[in-house]
Design a protein around this ligand. Structure first.
Ligand code: NI
Length: 202
């Protein structure tokens, strides 16, 4: 399985170097990146409106966090669609989460590009970017794995694609696997936030 994943990864890399393929999916064994236990989910990044924000900025409201990049052809749109649908459904249950998209491709994903991208998914969705170094720190805090390899012929990006539920106090409450359905996210968030989110479960 691992050997097959590596083979596919290298095949796609080879194709991308030939300019044929923009691969997004890492091998299966790293798609479902597990968050490290008992680490503060800290970040210090730039929001899509240009403001500097940290994990502290979001205290008091739960977040659904997904890492990726704007030009991702498949994995990110699918993941963000599930996150935005889940956000809408949770609103209907009286649970307000902030959907957060963190770019791992800061050279291309400018705040303005990110602003236009996330508004297509949910009016409340927040996009974050920053220096490569600060993005690496944020990714490490969540256990997210990613890589970018670029040359004259191609721009190859891959990333793990779990969705993270962070509680109002900043604790990681759940890691949803890649391609988690809207139902999975809604059910998990209701179970974990139902009473805490705003005092009354509905
Ligand atoms: Ni992606």
């Amino acid at each position: 399985m691992i050997r097959f994943g590596c083979l596919m990864g290298w095949l796609c890399l080879a194709l991308s170097l030939a300019g044929e393929c923009i691969a997004d999916e890492p091998p299966k064994d790293v798609q479902a990146a597990k968050a490290p236990p008992k680490v503060r989910r800290a970040f210090d990044l730039v929001r899509h409106d240009g403001a500097r924000v940290t994990d502290q900025t979001f205290r008091g409201k739960p977040m659904l966090v997904f890492f990726g990049f704007v030009s991702c052809p498949d994995v990110c749109p699918t993941g963000l669609a599930a996150v935005s649908q889940a956000t809408r459904r949770l609103d209907a249950h009286g649970i307000e989460v902030t959907p957060v998209f963190i770019s791992i491709d800061p050279d291309r994903d400018t705040p303005e590009l990110l602003r236009n991208y996330v508004k297509e998914f949910h009016p409340r969705m927040v996009a974050l970017t920053g220096t490569s170094r600060k993005i690496a720190h944020a990714a490490a805090a969540f256990g997210v794995q990613y890589g970018i390899r670029k040359n004259a012929a191609a721009y190859y990006v891959w990333h793990s694609s779990s969705t993270y539920l962070v509680g109002p106090t900043g604790d990681l409450l759940e890691t949803f696997p890649p391609y988690a359905s809207t139902e999975t996210i809604v059910n998990g968030a209701r179970r974990l936030l139902g009473r805490k989110a705003n005092g009354s479960a509905r």
